[in-house]
Design a protein around this ligand. Sequence first.
Ligand code: NAD
Length: 368
Amino acid sequence: MKTLKFAVLPGDGIGPEVMEVTLNLLSIVGERYGFALDYTEGDVGGIGIDNHGQALPDSTLELCRNADAILFGSVGGPKWESLPPKEQPERAALLPIRKAFSLYANIRPGLLYAELNDASPLKAERIPEGIDIVCIRELTGGIYFGQPKETTTLPSGEKRAIDTMVYTTGEIERIAQVAIDTALTRGKRVCSVDKANVLETSVLWREVVTAYFKKHAPEIELSHMYVDNAAMQLARDPNQFDVLFTENMFGDILSDEMGVICGSLGMLASASLGAEKNTLDLPFGLYEPSGGTAPDIAGQGIANPCAQILSAALMLRYSFGENEAADAIEAAVRKAVTSGTRTGDIAFGLPSVGTKAMGEAVLQQLQA
Ligand code: NAD
């Protein structure tokens, strides 16, 4: 029997609550689809700081290095908010983990079932069929990582801060390939977002993307859009996009906007794929819900586990090649939610259930 070896980093707040439900579900999915789970849990984020003095303890990094994928919860919370910004859980855990595993490709499905239209701030008539798009964001380049990145004091005493936006052809081409691979499994349309009317990096981005698609995927319909327009179009008519494809900072902002128009963060999963292959010759990746630790509801057993469950489905698909099991999980979540079992964040007047009952409803649909 195939064994899936992955690191489990539940993190803080609702992270451990939704992770527990997800792992239970995964083990039953494994029995059905013929794989066993071999996972080890590690501390990350606030609990890493509390137990080891580090948001990303060496022992956690080591167990990730010995795994084929990372299933991540979320990190942070009020307890650690008074720490200096660089030491706060999100920054001190997530950025180094992205760097350590060269997680350059962030894939975020923006999926809103038509039955959950009420969760979206958009008018229902704009999205009668719900929303179904994907955002591909470059994750290890651009202005977040470019050097120099510093604050200096000028001779006048005034301070000056610099961030550097930088991209190479190779960085653009490898993420372009991810956009192509994604589009090929969907509507075969990619909209590349840049700011080529102002930024040098965007001029290069557009040039490289155009040439790469022409050479490697002429069957894909490629369009280009300035980022300010993309932000507007996303709020006006999100389904005009199939695959939205962009660099790091623009992707940070647009994928969050996409999360908002898709309703509850409790439903949104994400995958961050690494440059290295795992022992199965598939991409190493980190899989996590799009939301945070939800301190307002943590500890109450009412968080929506679907984002974590759907993140596990992405892990099965990308890092373990278990496509059938991934499809089955995604279908079961859809059926459970659309047939009326809902946690509070997506209940809208229907009676709501807790985290565990939501997990059980997904399981029932899987076994149906
Ligand atoms: P948040 O995503 O935690 O919460 C925003 C709102 O969404 C809250 O009302 C919350 O209850 C709700 N929500 C989020 N996930 C939910 C779920 N699964 N089920 C039901 N409701 C859910 O964002 P925030 O309040 O801005 O941040 C809280 C903490 O999380 C902060 O410390 C922040 O730094 C951290 N954070 C971590 C990550 C990460 O680990 N990747 C991402 C974002 C925020």
